[in-house]
Design a binder for this molecule. Structure first.
Ligand SMILES: [Zn+2]
Length: 210
């Protein structure tokens, strides 16, 4: 499996593509602005079909392009904790950039902590990591030794907990029980900023200690 990722405007949100060339398939995680066109380019580059869009959470900057994937018939996955944001993203307009069009994202598959998705011939473990928002999930691929975590934790920081539905004590618990419990050599791909590891954050994260 290959992983590609890129940072997108307008506020530097990462999107990820998990590509399995042997199967001619790939899965996209998160849909910031312009991510749909990027994914279409990747599908040409690898001669692969986009089979799923998994949304780590419902914040506007992670779902702006989600409706384009859904309109193209791609299966969408999200956690019910952020149902309202997927259904009515315009409610987040006051946090988004003025003039940005926010379209509802229909979610086909509601996922929850403890679920295991079998996609790309791989096993993807879903862990529920609320605190930044109610519906943040991380996607852990044990065999590949990485986790795509949304905005629960960043390299040297943590997700904002002052937005509606945010709560620091909940966030802290999510990080300690669901992120720091992953094997230390697990690579963490956050929703913003650079890649890190479980081992590094357990020692160096200034906000949530192990
Ligand atoms: Zn967020």
């Amino acid at each position: 499996m290959l992983i590609e990722f890129q940072e997108f405007p307008p506020i530097g949100t990462n999107a990820f593509a998990l590509v399995e060339p042997a199967l001619g398939q790939f899965v996209v995680v998160d849909a910031p602005a312009e991510a749909y066109d990027w994914a279409v380019q990747l599908s040409k580059k690898y001669d692969c079909q986009i089979i799923a869009l998994i949304l780590t959470h419902g914040h506007w900057d992670h779902i702006v392009d989600g409706h384009k994937f859904a309109s193209a018939g791609i299966s969408t996955y999200g956690h019910v904790g952020d149902k309202e944001m997927f259904a009515s993203p315009s409610k987040m307009a006051s946090y988004a950039l003025p003039g940005l069009e926010l379209n509802p994202v229909p979610i086909l598959h509601w996922i929850k902590g403890g679920d295991t998705l079998k996609l790309l011939g791989a096993t993807m473990e879903i862990r529920h990591v609320p605190g930044h928002c109610p519906g943040n999930v991380l996607i852990y691929l044990k065999k590949e030794a990485f986790a795509i975590v949304g905005d629960v934790i960043f390299a040297g920081s943590v997700g904002r907990y002052d937005l509606p539905g945010g709560d620091f004590s909940v966030l802290q618990k999510s990080i300690r029980t669901q992120v720091y419990s992953l094997p230390e050599d697990t690579t963490i791909y956050p929703g913003h900023g650079p890649t890190t590891t479980v081992a590094h954050e357990k020692v160096h994260n200034p906000i949530v200690k192990a």
